[in-house]
Design a protein around this ligand. Structure first.
Ligand code: COA
Length: 183
């Protein structure tokens, strides 16, 4: 399928709901199949109270998702982008960039409450698409940091939170993001 014939995703980003689980498990299986079996891991992310998943909905289905939380490491609290995935049919339409932008915004908006100042994520060493998306949204390589289940080396990328004057958070989103504790 060429780029112009791909179906367009409907323009809606929302918090995931329990009925999304079946779509998200299928999407995680496809998107992360090179890295390992994520069918149970995604359910763990979805059900953990401290973790938020935003989805891009398309009709009855989902074209992509981003999962994030705050974490503590020693005395440092940071926002963690746990996963980002787009259905292969909907790739190269800017969906990952839009989901990631929203996650960066929400994590930055909630950062003062949990005393976080930076954002982190991990991406596999060979994942050019993922690294490009992350670099374009301001993340920079920091250090190699462990391995994925199938053995690929994980790279840690970091960036600062957005400053308050660059935040535009819809009022109805604030409860979803800011009430989340450090997981
Ligand atoms: C990485 C991923 C999330 C990108 O999703 P996407 O919606 O296609 O990304 P975007 O459309 O926002 O891409 C933004 C830019 O990133 C770069 N990019 C995206 N996919 C790329 C690819 N396959 N090769 C090279 N560059 C790529 C391009 O510069 C693109 O801009 P352009 O289309 O204007 O050239 C998707 O390929 C995916 O789900 N991969 C499997 C899961 C994964 O690797 N997740 C990231 C680690 S958790």
């Amino acid at each position: 399928m060429d780029r112009t014939s791909r179906p367009h995703a409907v323009d809606t980003i929302r918090a995931s709901e329990p009925q999304d689980e079946v779509h998200l498990v299928r999407l995680a299986e496809v998107a992360f199949e090179d890295m390992g079996d994520y069918s149970h891991t995604i359910l763990d992310w979805l059900r953990r109270p401290s973790t938020v998943t935003l989805v891009m909905s398309v009709g009855e289905g989902i074209s992509g998702f981003v999962t994030y939380c705050y974490r503590r490491c020693d005395h440092d609290v940071y926002g963690d982008i746990i996963a980002l995935a787009v259905d292969p049919v909907f790739r190269r339409q800017g969906i990952a960039s839009r989901l990631l932008t929203r996650a960066i915004t929400y994590l930055s908006a909630g950062a003062p409450q949990v005393h976080a100042s930076s954002l982190r994520l991990h991406v596999s060493a060979g994942n050019v698409a993922g690294q490009t998306v992350f670099q374009r949204l301001g993340f920079r390589f920091q250090v190699t940091d462990g391995y994925y289940p199938n053995g690929q080396q994980a790279l840690r990328y970091v960036r600062d939170c957005l400053p308050p004057d660059r935040l535009s958070v819809e009022p109805d989103a604030e409860d979803t993001i800011c009430s989340k504790s450090v997981g």
